[in-house]
Design a protein around this ligand. Sequence first.
Ligand SMILES: Nc1ncnc2c1ncn2[C@@H]1O[C@H](COP(=O)(O)OP(=O)(O)OP(=O)(O)O)[C@@H](O)[C@H]1O
Length: 682
Amino acid sequence: MENFKKDNIQYIKGVGPKKANLLTKLGIFTIGDLLEHYPRRYEDRSQLKMINNLTDGQVENFKARMMNCAESKPRRGLQITKITVGDSTGTVQLVWFNQPHRKKIYGLGAEVLVTGKVKKIYQVEIQNPEIEMITDMDTLEAGYITPIYAANESITQRFLRNLIRQILTEYNATAEILPPIIIKQFSLLDRKTAFENIHFPLNMDVLKQARRRLVFEELYLLQCGLLYIKKQNRSNTIGIKHGPDGCLVKKVSEQLPFSLTEDQQKVLLEIALDMEDTKPMQRLLQGDVGSGKTVIAALALAKTVENGYQGAMMVPTEILAEQHYSTLSNLFLPLGIRVKILTGKLPKRTHEQVVADIKSGLVDVVIGTHALIQESVEFQYLGLVITDEQHRFGVRQRAKLQEKGNMPDVLVMTATPIPRTMALTVYGDLDVSTIKQLPPGRKIIKTYVRGSDRRQLVYDFIEKEVNSGRQAYVVCPLVEESEKVNALSAVELYDELLKTELVNISCGLVHGRMKSVEKDLVMDRFYRGEIKVLVATTVIEVGVNVPNATVMIIENAERFGLAQLHQLRGRIGRGDHQSYCILLSDNKKPETQERLSIMAKTNDGFALAEEDLKIRGPGQFFGIRQHGLPDLKIADIINDIDVFLEARQAAEKTVARPESFDMLRPALQVRFGKEFSMIFSS
Ligand SMILES: Nc1ncnc2c1ncn2[C@@H]1O[C@H](COP(=O)(O)OP(=O)(O)OP(=O)(O)O)[C@@H](O)[C@H]1O
């Protein structure tokens, strides 16, 4: 078992370097990958039809014998191969285009199983059918449910099927890895039977059991890994024991122009208790957009400073670093807390000075981007690390910042509410605090979906709001993942608006390709209210806080996912005034309309996150890979919730017993690969 992942596919009988290379295109490098190349679907071929009963337009399965073959070249570049097959009730023409090798594969007289869409013209015909020699499958003929894999032209279904069958029979790659007690407790199939039946199910019932077993295994191993990290971080590790809140924290609280909501008080208490414990804090703070997480971060930072430590806060964008720096400076500087900012864009001299000051302890709190995890950055006595990550940092990056201190407390903040299962999967190594309540006085953001025929009216509305003293965002269409292309489209939109709809209004433009100084200048003017309408790409998605902004127009809204739309919308509705979000879209596809109308219906980030997860699936909701966690090969985080909860329960028991966990280590190494195992190999 330990080695099966390492077993290169190339050394399997019948593969060789050429085929191995083709298999890698399907993501298959090892025997283990091949076993986990799970069928995408199955076809029940146990119900075979006779040829005279085939229905026009249906995908049908039938058994027949190869009768004759004809080839023609009606024009240059087109070669048609036709093979006639038949049974006792009739014949069918099988047709392939430009695949002359077909003739050679199936010798005349051979008995085959044919699957394909029937077309009845003058005669019965099937184009590009799937063919299988009966001899390949005679052992499985009774009740044959055929697996259909992700395949391509060079690696056919048949080749994959044969290869997997060979692995299952000739290689010892399916040895049991789950503890017997767990198999018994959760009535799981043994591993060998599970693999055999996920690929070549005897019947639908055993297929279900096979899938359940493999889903369980996948989630169980993942949870064991995460819970182990969590345990390691807590047991044996002596972290920093902060004292109870003193007068500095009190002074910061007193400076706030509002009192904390109940939820804010609750999470603050959870954080304070963690910080006052000798075990290092490992906590996720999740709260909907605008729920007031920054102030929690500020109070936690003040607590660490009060105890004689330094605090660091890592954020994903420069705009956000600037904004937090400005908020925290306002709060901290009057109290003598020394705050600095560290981003990649600081002039070299200033950068060096800040790095030197952090090292010598002349900085109490530093806010920064990825620049904070560079090697040159050393702290004198780091007590608290906060990452405001919005799914942009990975487990590894988080760990890197943490390593800059001697077991500092760690607080991870996120504004994308994560459904419970997802939180346990991605942040299974953390304790979770949640702010559900929004600060008092917030009004629901009124959200509308409009076609571009109403564009003029929409922009007239912006003008009206601006005239009554408010500000607005226009978010330009997301064209693709590249900020370069998005920047271009923002520039175009900005130029057009200046000439047309927004001709009389003071406007600004920000996008990710601008120089930081320019960007800062524009943001600063927007913060100060000199710029009334900000045209922007999604650089403003995260954290930007201008409470006077009450309108947001999102152009080509259909191009954004729900979670992202919610994040964007979260830039408005942050003050006392009624706010409005208008999603412009001409896309009439029912699924798009449905997605956008969900936005119009609810302001609740948790409800939206659930919907988004359902619509887009966990992979895209946010790439699990970004978190340094492996992809899930078989489990489906939404639909496998029951198995997930069982697996989590089992993992908790295993991790609690070192001897059980030790037995799992080899399996975990295989499952998590190098990156992840680095974290929990110690
Ligand atoms: N208890 C409160 N009462 C009134 N206003 C508050 C309260 N807490 C925070 N605010 C204000 O609400 C606004 C949003 O707070 P903050 O920026 O901390 O939210 P956030 O959770 O970080 O949002 P995002 O995730 O969108 O960045 C700020 O203007 C902040 O001053």
